[in-house]
Write a protein that binds this ligand. Structure first.
Ligand code: PEP
Ligand code: MN
Length: 333
């Protein structure tokens, strides 16, 4: 249920109302916008008397929200959420490119790529240290050593770091990581989502390989309902009938997620296509449909990469793409 307050409602009257609602054992979520304050109620609202609340002099209107996702629902929070990662913002008109290798492989590799993506204009550095691989015989990541190399790259470049967490038991290792990524294969690892909900870290939540938008939003809801509102959604391609491409990039997810939710939406054209030459056109299409950011894989020597070697851009290709991203952004603004 949402309660929209009249403009210029005194804060004391607003607090009286929220205290009363909390007394009914409801979760009360207040979104204070520039023009409107919206109170979202979470829990069993069947006993709430809509007519009584509607009759209060500070209330403009009351409506029931039928969707099962509440905290991430735009109706609870009409304005875009802006997530600030150590001064780098994403969402609400703030655009950010996250770039870096699929896996952190060595000091030389991560430092070279970090310097290159920073010079090209990336706002954050990505790199996997814990890798979810289809085969147990493939490179599984450098783990704690990989995280250490990312810290070193952050120290030199100043770029916040984004890296995947696969298991709740690894959480202590991620204490000073800037953005924790939940990979597609873990989108419905509910214990992991709940544990991340108890941290104050921004979470980059990737859509599962075969998950609907509603399921993606329900996973965001798990994190938010546990107390962490800093969620960034990521469309990274889904399984359909594509035969020549790794996945199908569902770009219509971007405007639909923006309609349904206030959370920032990032697109990952690298995992969506699996082919480096497909990354630039799909990146530009993603920008054109209004995404808040991108996650793009970049490697100093893609053919010899230890994971996802077919889809990573060279630093040169990435730098050229960044210029074209700016051109598209300037025309859609
Ligand atoms: C990744 O970003 O390295 C990754 C494994 O992506 P996804 O979970 O989308 O497959
Ligand atoms: Mn990858």
């Amino acid at each position: 249920m949402i309660i929209v307050l009249k403009a210029n409602t005194p804060i004391e009257k607003q607090n009286q109302l929220t205290d009363w609602l909390k007394g009914m054992h409801l979760g009360v979520h207040v979104s204070t916008g520039e023009y409107q304050t919206v109170i979202g109620l979470i829990g069993d609202t069947t006993k709430v008397d809509i007519d009584l609340i509607s009759s209060l002099d500070i209330v403009e209107r009351v409506t029931r929200v039928s969707e099962t996702f509440k905290c991430c629902n735009r109706r609870f929070h009409p304005e875009d959420t802006v997530i600030d990662v150590n001064g780098v913002k994403i969402g609400g008109g703030n655009f950010c490119v996250i770039a870096g290798p699929c896996s952190v492989e060595s000091e030389e590799q991560i430092m070279t790529v970090a310097r290159a993506v920073k010079a090209a204009g990336a706002g954050m550095l990505r790199g996997g240290a814990f890798k979810p691989r289809t085969s147990p015989y493939d490179f599984q990541g450098l783990k704690a050593e990989g995280l250490e190399l990312l810290r070193q790259a952050r120290k030199e470049t100043g770029l916040p770091i984004v890296t995947e967490i696969m298991s709740v038991s690894d959480l202590p290792l991620f204490d000073d990581i800037d953005v924790l990524q939940v990979g597609a294969r873990n989108m419905q690892n509910f214990d992991l989502l709940k544990a991340l909900g108890q941290t104050d870290k921004p979470i980059l939540l990737k859509r599962g390989l075969a998950n609907t938008l509603k399921e993606l939003l329900m996973s965001a809801e798990y994190i938010m309902a546990s107390g962490n509102e800093k969620v960034i959604l990521c469309e990274r391609g889904i399984r359909t009938y594509s035969d020549y491409m790794r996945n199908t990039l569902d770009l219509s997810a971007v405007p639909m997620l923006h309609e349904l939710s206030h959370l920032p939406v990032v697109v990952d054209p690298s995992h969506a296509t699996g082919i480096a030459r497909m990354v630039p056109p799909m990146t530009l299409a993603a920008v054109a449909c209004g995404c808040d950011g991108l996650e793009i894989e970049v490697h100093n020597n893609p053919t010899h990469a230890l994971s996802d070697n077919a889809q990573q851009l060279t630093p040169d290709e990435f730098a050229k793409l960044c210029k074209r991203i700016e051109v598209v952004r300037s025309v859609i603004a």
